[in-house]
Write a protein that binds this ligand. Structure first.
Ligand code: TZP
Ligand code: MG
Length: 219
């Protein structure tokens, strides 16, 4: 497996996953901009309803605002959209394009994330050339209800003992839960509603980022 140079390894600390249903389509790009100002370290564009044309337009607008920052843009599910806009990578689950094919298409420098929803997913993923795992879900969340059994804090601890790959926790991550999740071994936390449904995405991102850095570096 090719190792990426340090310079293109993302900082997974605070990972924003977009939801246009929460922000409103017209506020999506602005919300991402505020979240980046507030300290998010990765942006995943996750869009399940828009047309491909609209996705490409929106992803391009997000990429434009990330230009000049170290924050990478990851596209959920859609390798074609990632390539079309020149995004940094894709996030895939076991029903999406397989990571071997995605790697072939996107090349060695692309960031490929893989959702780990079960022990079987972990087993499969360990054999694959992927860059990080989305540990999904940590807690049950109204944002996504068609999930497997939540891993909980104990599941995160067990996963941490089994893999050296970066673990990004998703599902129910908010100001009350991120500390214990990081202390259980997560490298970063991914949030949807904690930022996309916030009245003040900048302030929410800032608060989450502060908790992440205090937990990871001052403990
Ligand atoms: N995948 C697993 S849980 C989830 C996704 C996209 C939603 C997480 O949303 P929230 O609002 O941060 O709990
Ligand atoms: Mg998917």
């Amino acid at each position: 497996m090719l190792m990426k140079p340090e310079s293109i390894k993302p900082d997974y600390n605070l990972y924003l996953v977009t939801d246009s249903g929460m922000t409103g389509r017209e506020n999506l790009v602005r919300t991402v901009g505020e979240a980046v100002k507030g300290g998010v370290t990765v942006v995943q564009y996750r869009e399940k309803t828009a047309s491909t044309a609209a996705m490409i337009r929106e992803a391009k607008a997000i990429l434009a605002l990330l230009k000049g920052t170290p924050v990478p843009l990851i596209i959920n599910d859609r390798v074609d959209v990632a390539l079309a806009v020149g995004a940094d990578g894709v996030h895939l689950g076991h029903n999406d394009m397989d990571p071997v094919t995605a790697r072939k298409i996107m090349g060695p420098d692309a960031v490929i994330g893989y959702s780990v929803e079960s022990w079987q997913d972990l087993d499969d993923a360990e054999r694959l050339d992927v860059d990080y795992y989305g540990v999904s879900p940590i807690f049950a969340t109204p944002t996504k209800t068609d999930t497997g059994k939540p891993w909980g804090i104990e599941g995160m601890q067990k996963l941490r003992g089994l893999t050296g790959r970066p673990l990004v926790a998703i599902g129910g991550m908010n100001t009350d839960t991120i500390s214990e999740t990081l202390m259980a071994g997560a490298d970063g936390v991914a949030v949807v509603s904690a930022i996309c449904a916030s009245e003040n995405p900048l302030a929410s991102a800032r608060e989450l980022h502060q908790i992440v850095t205090e937990t990871k570096y001052n403990h």
